[in-house]
Write a protein that binds this ligand. Structure first.
Ligand code: DGL
Length: 282
């Protein structure tokens, strides 16, 4: 087990299995322009959403460890699948052994907290990867805070590969988006709020809106996760003091830097000056 400097300062790590976490990162950069960030996309091994609990946990731990080695005192799992399947074990089992002063936070809790203010019918829909749906993390977390809310889930195994392959907005994508949205709303027609419980899905928002009635709210997580991170740092000045503030953002990927740049352009306004490097696991 490697040891880390418990007083070390560094950038905030933002992790996703692929490009989806960029939809979270963009809100963090907007809300916290002075902070330093490192975005880590495990693009060579994405998608995680169809993988087993053990594999998602092992991959996520490996990536978090690497972000710690790069100096991050705080890592955000900007991935619902990793938040659902790996966060708890990393927090409870691995962190105490690796470095109890570092923190790893997920994105399910900040999303769940906001749901109360959005739903009137108390019927909420969840679109997510098979892994997130199977984990039952959303219904369990929502049940703890708002036991009167009924959550109905629909797993969308093909949406992440469509996004990762740059097919958002295509006719083929519309077909699969429609299929899952209609299935969800047929399961529970009283749904008035849909959580996009996968960080890739905001990239499909135009297509999703075509098939969701106007009366239904669509919840994208980015803004709420960014706000929750700011609140966390306000409540934890010792952690805030360890997060460096040079206003930089760099990117690491397990794929080639060139592939990352090409694909990331689907997610970001401009990729001209991105600092991207490849990392490998031996
Ligand atoms: N973006 C991830 C999430 O929020 C999942 C992508 C994947 O399946 O790898 O769940």
């Amino acid at each position: 087990m490697k040891s880390f400097d418990p007083t070390g300062k560094g950038p905030i790590g933002v992790f996703d299995s692929g490009y989806g976490g960029l939809t979270i990162l963009e809100h963090m950069l907007e809300a916290m322009p002075d902070n330093d960030f490192i975005y880590f996309g495990d693009n060579a091994r994405t998608p995680y959403g169809t993988r087993s609990f053990q594999v998602v946990y092992e991959f996520t731990l490996q990536c978090v460890t690497r972000l710690f080695e790069m100096g991050c005192p705080l890592v955000i799992l900007a991935c619902n699948t990793a938040s659902a399947k790996a966060l708890r074990t990393i927090q409870q089992v691995d962190l105490p052994k690796m470095d109890p002063t570092r923190r790893v936070l997920g994105i399910i809790r900040p999303t769940v907290e906001i749901i109360d203010s959005l739903t009137e019918t108390r019927h909420v829909g969840l679109l997510a990867t098979p892994g997130t749906i199977k984990s039952l993390s959303y219904p369990l977390e929502i049940g703890k805070l708002y036991p009167d809310i009924k959550v109905t889930g629909e797993s969308c195994p093909i949406w992440v590969p469509l996004v990762e392959n740059g097919l958002a907005g295509s006719e083929g994508t519309d077909f699969f988006v429609r299929q899952h949205v209609e299935r969800l709303l047929t399961k529970d027609p009283l749904i008035d709020t849909i959580i996009l419980g996968c960080t890739h899905y905001p990239l499909l928002i135009d297509s999703i809106r075509k098939f969701v009635p106007e009366r239904v709210n669509i919840l994208c997580q980015g803004q709420y996760v960014a706000e929750s991170l700011q609140q966390y740092l306000n409540r934890h000045p010792e952690m805030s003091a360890r997060c460096t503030t040079g206003g930089t953002c760099r990117f690491v990927t397990t794929e080639s830097a060139q592939t990352f740049l090409q694909q990331a352009s689907v997610f970001l306004d401009s990729t001209d000056k991105l600092d991207v490097s490849t990392i490998t696991f031996r």
